[in-house]
Write a protein of this length. Sequence first.
Length: 490
Amino acid sequence: MHDVLACRHIDPAACPDASALSQPTDIPFDLVGDASAHEVSTTASRHLRQARDFLPAVRFMVAAGYHSDAGPSTVRLAEVFAARMRRSKHGHFPFSIETAQLELGLGRRTVLKHARVLRELGLIAYIEHGSKTNSMRTRHGDAWTPEHGYRGTATLFAAVAPPVWDAAMGRRTDGTGYRARVIGVTCRGRTLAVADVRRRTASKPNRGRRCTPSSVVPQDHRNLQVVEGKNYTRARGCAVKSPKPTRQSSSRLTPAQCAQAISLAEQLQREVWWLHRSCARRLAHALRPLILQGWSWQGLAAELQTWGVPGYLRDPSAFVRYELARQQRLGRLGDPTAPTVRDELVDDTGQRYTDLLNGLAAYRAPVINRFKAEVGPQLRQRLAEIREAAARTRQIPAPYAPPAWLREPEDAFLSSLPPHEAYGHQHSPWEVYEARAEGHALPQDRQFHPDDEQWLTHLKDQLDAERACAALRADLETWQAEQEEQPYWR
């Protein structure tokens, strides 16, 4: 970008202080509280395509204090959106709540709250609402098969600028809503644009002479001399481009070596926790320089575990390739020939462990022998005294007798049983058992309570009725049999 001081139609002395104009103004603004006005078809904000236009608008609206919930987290979420705008020529970007949570380290409710703040400030508008509809089925149509899988429809936003932002920046627009376009600037807008250009040019290094086309004196190319038959003359003021470095041919591996490298990468994935999401082939290609140097998978695992990695790696293989180049440039890689575990610490047969136990036994033997000689007899004597005292005080335990309140007298229990008919008489179980045990005759019928007599009378009547019914049923069956034996004509 050329220097604005070379523009002859702008007088720098006549320009007021741009820093004062870039601060939030007192222009009134009403929050977009109606959800129906958050769509691109109904929004009053102008469409933006570049992140460099979207971020200043966000910072201005947040600093102006139009929304009480707007703050640094709102700006951080807008920066995440601005980083995704470059993927679309229209500046549209998807909104994933889970991805925004990981990038910002915020909760789900916080992310949704600041997204709502941006919508109410008129800075983003809906292109498409997210849903559970399978976008793969929509993409492939009738050719969709279950192998295409499932992918939900994402929420798409468009970056927009509210009219209050254009008014504060001194821009004149044509049209309304999403289709509005900037057609010019006011004096205030020209001053702010000059200040913005100065700020940008001051932050960039000087790469040579910069000037407007109007200040360059044109030259007559017919007077240029051709030297040594070359018909090319380097343009004046152009920087000399260094030739591209030739790519060194990497050492080629045989198919067997490639298979061995992939197997080594799979072992590393099981050993190093942050490599489980990587592709084994890409990881083997990234580690090829170390594999050719003779590194084993144990050495590589020990080296990779010393690297400080972030909590979430989107592409572990790319991180390995970058970090490996950095470690080689700084000379921090270890020696591939140095074993990860020293040979003297390896105990495959268990001999070192056996020697350790024998050494401990030999070390403790004098202490144990001294304990047995000095303290052992006293302990045995004391133990014998304790056993003798316990034998003298030992008493034969009495048989267990349950408390009286846990069990009623047996006579009351047996007398509470209902009487039954035995040998033609009605007696209680206690009377029957006692007579059989002593060999006596059964006692006479006992007197029952009046209620019991009524109940027994009822049972007797029922028994007589059942017997009478059985007799009548037998007579009826006999009569039916006789009728069936007689001829029909009689």
